[in-house]
Ligand binder design. Sequence first.
Ligand code: ZN
Length: 217
Amino acid sequence: MANFNTHLFVATTVSGALAIGFVISDLATIKMAVFYWLLGTLGGILPDIDAPISIPSRLLFSSLGIFLATLFVFNQFNTIFWADLVFLWLMISLCVRYGLSKLFALFTIHRGNCHSILAALFFGFLAVVIAHHLLHLSNVLAWFAGIFMMGGYLIHLLLDELYSVDLSNMTLKRSFGTALKIASFRHKFSTILLLLATLGVFQLTPSLNQIIKQLLL
Ligand SMILES: [Zn+2]
């Protein structure tokens, strides 16, 4: 298993290079490229949220809490009194950081479903839905966001798998095959839940037609 710094370094570098490629080929403005780069980096550390005391887990739930609370405040800026907004901001961030992370830890096993292609699809579709419905990005821009998230996620799985191969004497460590898998068939209940969640989120994604046309041209 690759460590946090390796994941962060590889995800930052690969998604950064891809984002620059998007700017050069006129697929993204610099502002959008920075957004995509951050999403690719996030995707690259996201799979390890299933390790309850890991740095990614703590970091992700803290930033997710701050992100959701800030998004809420921006949406309700003109409707709720500022002192209430401050209180709600604090409550949302703390609930996500401590409540949601505890709940998440109860239902996940390290190297279970979070390390799977199904989870990469789920988080990719989720990024598309958030980018389109909450950040109001167009279909194409939202799908690009999803591609970066999914790409970063898959790079993480691939890297974990590569670290399972002992290159010096060409043997496989016991962890081989636990990262890059379609889904965890050992944990059937959570696999079914994740499959249903993925299909549900996919229903909310905007049409793919435009992006297919853009990529084929
Ligand atoms: Zn991992």
